[in-house]
Write a protein that binds this ligand. Sequence first.
Ligand code: ATP
Ligand code: MG
Length: 398
Amino acid sequence: MQYHAFVIKYAEIGVKGKNRYIFEDALVGQIKRVLKKCDGSFSISKVAGRIYIAAEDFDFDETVDALKTVFGITGICPAVAIKRDGENFLPDVPGVCRAVIDFVEGVYPDKHRTFKIRCRRVDKSYPMDSMELAAEIGARVLEAFPEMKVDVHNPDILINVEIREQLNIFSEIISGPGGMPIGTAGKAMLLLSGGIDSPVAGYMVAKRGVELEAVYFNAPPYTSEKARQKVVDLAKIIARYTGKIKLHVINFTDIQMYIYEKCPHDELTIIMRRYMMKIADILAARSGCMGLITGESIGQVASQTMQSLMCTGEVVRDMPVYRPLIAFDKQDIVDISVKIDAYETSILPYEDCCTIFVAKHPVTKPRLDVIERHEESLSERIEELVETALSTDEVIEL
Ligand code: ATP
Ligand code: MG
């Protein structure tokens, strides 16, 4: 069967009242973005609460895979669409029946199945109402394929026939990612490490329509070029869903060494993390972000106990910190990581700046006042080092 159209279903954005067109336009924009990278020619139209894609010379799997990365889409329905014949006439009733029979013939080689016809008639001038038309089509399909049976309660195949500005016939609904189209919320700065969690955290917030920028704290020569490349690759994977991402790579080595030299080693991770947050906060404010995103989850490691989170989050002055994984178990995070195709990259065994400087017995219940007191020993050079680190900002556009 050669499909040549898709009916795109979206749920949440359908209920946004007067703002609805903003969401629909963003969704159309995102669909255009992903289809640009696919073979074929596509024409996207938005009519009466529906988005249609007419497709020619395209690769079905490639196109569906691309559409599965568009936040806001709940269902992708491969369809046959028949345009109006002249000004006012859709195919007449026998014509619609023939089109549905052709559809069944092409899509379902094995006819030993139950089916149901569901009609929607948006064009009220059509000579039959939905119920009558469904009954008529059902009867004709049974005539054409006597092996088939009608089951109105639990059919194997639900064939949708829509009489709108065109005739749409579709049965299969491929799940989309859901969420809201990118560009309908605002922008946030993802603290992206090479691990499993932060790419998932970025994906989840982006799924609510939030545009992403990302920052990676690099510690050469203690961390390798491969570790950095892994983060670039992860950002690319996220960018499949979000569109362009600016990745800031900050050289964190001198700050890390200075903390190592001056502060108690069991507090290293917490203090390092506080400086990462501080720098991310500054960068984010400069680029118009409205929040930071981390992959933290309560209790996952010493630096993510509630006491630790209190200490690391406390330095952020300009915006909220979003931690979408805060209550997730590791396995649930891994499941999403696999689903978004980040897992294989995330588990590559390259060292990260935190693992190299990590203490044997890091504090699990840091006290903010104690941490702040110990940070005083950094007072001589830390501001200058933060400024220098910010000046190393290398921006990679992905
Ligand atoms: P991840 O799997 O995301 O690396 P993790 O379980 O290894 O997380 P931590 O290393 O404690 O956890 O890091 C907690 C969070 O701090 C990360 O999810 C990430 O948002 C941020 N982070 C840690 N290291 C870096 C880094 N080098 N650059 C940018 N952000 C970082
Ligand atoms: Mg990590």
